[in-house]
Write a protein that binds this ligand. Structure first.
Ligand SMILES: Cc1ncc(COP(=O)(O)O)c(C=O)c1O
Length: 503
């Protein structure tokens, strides 16, 4: 069966999607196929067991609540041990993205603020006026460097738990507004295939159809292709600044102009670039405009927990005016529990994270963000230059500080495995197969970039020897990106989530 799939898989690739889904459903009924899937499941379960649960043999498993409470010092000691095991890899700069600042003094400072505010909940603004102050000021500070000004005096927003929530909320705003004002019941959003998966989540949760446009040879949206796909049901266009996979910036000015002409919303997803781009521009670097200074831009997502250097669990969603923001709010006036109103998806929220985010913004300041942005872009230039000298790999598009590479010669996932052997945790991407590194302040520490280039050269040489070592992630990535039955891949991912919640 597996051989059949490998041999005839290409036929499935040229069939329309609904036929492939039909074939997949038929196939799932075949006993032979079920046996094959069961065998694959066992292999995957074994792989997951070792990669997701490395602590099984080291720490006691707590399947049920202990009868007597465990002494606090024992718990603290166990948590500390886990931190010490996990810290070196990211602290020494081996990780793509993930931890964006990571300096011990900065983390200690955020932790102090967090611990002072750990009981705070912005839902209870009467009890915690500090949380209200922190959140209003976070939004105001972020709006201030995202184009709020003469052309966009009313920019406003809310604090959220992360990029995904910011995106979900903005998409809900466009859906509800289009339904209310234009009577659109089957809304559509036009976006690049490279836009973040959070938009797929919004589509899934809110019943919005995504019209996905393949990116061009520069790995960005082509405005002409976007224009062709607009229709009566379009409620918004999305542009990324930059997009996660290849770190490339969509042509926001052209796209937003199309949105304005068509009378629909335009969302700039600046989860990654919201801090780097404006401050790189202030540092005098040539950076395209992606924020509210561009007329058609009506909303933005900007992650404070990435290059804003806040603790994880914080982002900002901005709107051009308060009329749009109001569409995000939720109120329940008849609930016996009292008058209920909440600005975002969550009810109770961790006020301590907003306090830590506020503290990160204040302590870094414009000068700090400018300096980081300049250094990140310079580091990106260095990497691109050095990678350009390594034959066998090529850089996709024209990125700044998030750089994706593939290879016309060899399996790029094999390269990722060799880099993993050297300790690196890079991101494996597909459609097309490639890998990327998202630079952070960790990579700006002395010697890290040089080590990356040395290890990359070593890995390329190893892969070129054509010795497939096996055992790594290359076969898994290869299979997952080429298998025509996407439902099966989705099932596999859901099984991974099940495995995560197994004690
Ligand atoms: C461009 C972009 N948008 C949105 C997100 C989603 O952010 P989060 O993981 O904080 O929900 C990410 C995350 O990497 C991203 O890179």
């Amino acid at each position: 069966m597996k051989e059949h799939l490998e041999r005839y898989g290409w036929i499935l690739k040229i069939l329309p999607e609904f036929l492939v889904r039909w074939a997949e459903e038929r196939l799932k009924l075949q006993p032979k196929f079920q046996t094959m899937i069961a065998q694959e499941d066992l292999k995957v379960a074994a792989l997951l067991e070792s990669s997701l649960k490395p602590y099984h043999s080291r720490f006691k498993r707590h399947e049920a609540l202990p009868e007597e409470g465990i002494p606090r010092e024992n718990i603290l000691s166990e948590v500390k041990t886990m931190c010490e095991l996990e810290r070196p890899r990211w602290e020494k700069g081996f990780v793509s993205g993930g931890i964006y600042h990571g300096d011990r003094e900065h983390i200690d400072f955020l932790n102090q603020v967090y611990s002072l505010q750990s009981q705070s909940n912005p839902l209870h603004s009467d009890l915690f006026p500090s949380a209200t102050k922190f959140e209003a000021e976070i939004v105001s500070m972020v709006a201030g460097f995202s184009g709020k000004g003469e052309c966009a005096p009313d920019v406003c927003g809310t604090v959220t738990s992360g990029g995904t929530e910011s995106i979900l909320l903005a998409m809900k705003v466009y859906r509800d507004r289009a339904r209310r004002i234009r009577g659109i019941k089957k809304p559509e959003i036009v976006l690049a295939t490279t836009a973040h998966a959070a938009f797929d989540k919004a589509s899934d949760y809110f019943g919005i159809k995504l019209i996905k446009v393949p990116v061009n040879q520069d790995f960005v949206l082509d405005p002409k292709e976007v224009r062709r796909r607009l229709g009566r049901r379009t409620i918004a266009i999305i542009g990324s600044a930059p997009a996660f996979p290849h770190g490339t910036i969509d042509p926001i000015e052209d796209l937003a102009q199309i949105a304005e002409e068509h009378g629909v919303g335009f969302h700039t997803d600046a989860c990654l670039g919201g801090f780097v781009l404006p401050f790189a521009e202030r540092a005098g670097l040539p950076i395209p405009k992606v924020d509210f200074r561009v007329r058609g831009v009506t909303s933005m997502s900007i992650d404070t927990h990435k290059y804003g250097f806040a603790a994880k669990g914080s982002s900002v969603v901005l709107y051009r005016n308060s009329e749009l923001r109001r569409e995000q709010y939720f109120t329940a006036t008849e609930w016996p529990g009292g008058l209920y109103f909440s600005p975002t998806l969550m009810g109770s929220r961790p006020g301590a994270l907003s306090a830590a985010c506020w503290a990160s913004l204040l302590s870094t300041g414009a000068v700090g963000y400018r300096d980081s942005a300049r250094r990140l872009i310079e580091a990106g230039d260095f990497l691109k230059r050095e990678m350009g000298k390594i034959s066998g790999i090529r850089i996709l598009g024209d990125p700044l500080w998030i750089i994706a590479i593939d290879s016309p010669e060899f399996d790029v996932y094999e390269l990722m495995d060799r880099m993993s052997e050297r300790g690196w945790s890079l991101n494996g991407l597909h459609h097309p197969p490639c890998i990327h590194i998202a630079l952070t302040l960790r990579h700006l520490e002395s010697g890290v970039l040089g080590r990356f280039i040395d290890d990359l050269k070593w890995s390329v040489t190893e892969v070129r020897k054509h010795v497939k070592k096996g055992g790594g992630m290359a076969p898994v990535y290869g299979m997952a990106s080429s298998l025509p039955f996407r439902g099966l891949v989705g099932d596999l991912l859901k099984k991974t989530l099940d495995a995560i919640y197994k004690v």
